[in-house]
Ligand binder design. Structure first.
Ligand code: PGA
Length: 262
């Protein structure tokens, strides 16, 4: 599979929300707004149960589909788990890996993140790898160290060339679902640091092409100033992605800021 192309990218993480009827309606509304998105990539991440329904609702449109998690084995006696080939089969091209809710509530570690990234890549999925510090880590001046650990361990021993198929999402844990957003300056500092680490490990071209998203209480009102920053390529939107109007407005703001940046 070829590398991803850097450009505005807006992902909607629906988390554990929406029945099938609601999921279908929300996906249709996003698709209907689609012609306005221009070069902005839009990807929806419904819960597993709604993947098939949303795949049907977005069929033939430019809107993409992703899952919120995966297991690293392809098949077998792993009750309750879903594999990368199964997600491909359901129509996914992306998958979230290492979201902070999975790290905090379900025991996800940098080691399991690494196995999941490799399984996703092997099956032809592009993983969106989430990294971010807690409030205690930020207050203790350990933000960049934490990010470094998550990147070094999470991306360890990747097959050559695969970095181009991975998206990194910087999501400060203290900003997720709290209404507190990182300031554009705080987010840009971490995004620039992540791009620098990609440059060190994989070279200039990989760094220049890398898609680095911000996540944490993104709303229509704060998306434009964040996107104006040089190293912020888009968003992983949680709560605000459940409202079609707000989500579409975020994508439009991303596009507006992107056109001004270039
Ligand atoms: P939020 O969630 O936008 O509701 O803060 C973001 C995320 O968890 O990806």
């Amino acid at each position: 599979m070829s590398s991803l192309k850097r450009g505005p990218f807006v992902a909607g993480n629906w988390k554990m929300n929406l029945g099938l009827g609601e999921a279908r309606a929300l996906a249709r509304k996003v698709v209907e707004a689609g012609p306005d998105f221009g070069e902005c990539t839009i990807v929806l991440f419904p819960p597993f149960t709604a993947l098939g329904t949303v795949a049907g609702a977005i069929a033939g449109s430019a809107v993409g589909l992703g899952a919120q998690d995966l297991f690293w084995e392809d098949q077998g006696a792993y009750t309750g788990e879903v594999s990368a080939p199964m997600l491909r089969d359901a129509g996914c091209t992306y998958v979230l890996v290492g979201h902070s809710e999975r790290r905090q509530l379900f025991g996800e570690t940098d080691g399991t993140v690494n196995r999941k990234i490799k399984a996703a890549l092997k099956a032809g999925l592009s993983p969106i790898v989430c990294v971010g510090e807690t409030l205690a880590e930020r207050d203790g001046g350990r933000t960049l160290d934490r990010i470094d650990d998550q990147l070094a361990l999470g991306l360890a021993d990747l097959p050559t060339g695969e970095i181009g198929r991975i998206i990194i999402a910087y999501e400060p844990v203290w900003a997720i679902g709290t209404g507190r957003t990182a300031s554009p300056g705080q987010a840009e500092e971490v995004h620039a640091h992540i791009r620098g680490r990609i440059r060190e490990s994989y070279g200039n071209e990989s760094a220049a092409c890398a898609i680095i998203l911000y996540g944490g209480s993104v709303k229509p009102a704060n998306s434009y100033p964040l996107f104006r920053e040089k190293n912020i390529d888009g968003y992983l939107v949680g709560g605000a992605s459940l409202d079609a109007g707000g989500f579409v407005d975020i994508a439009r703001e991303a596009l507006r800021a992107c056109r001004e940046k270039t």
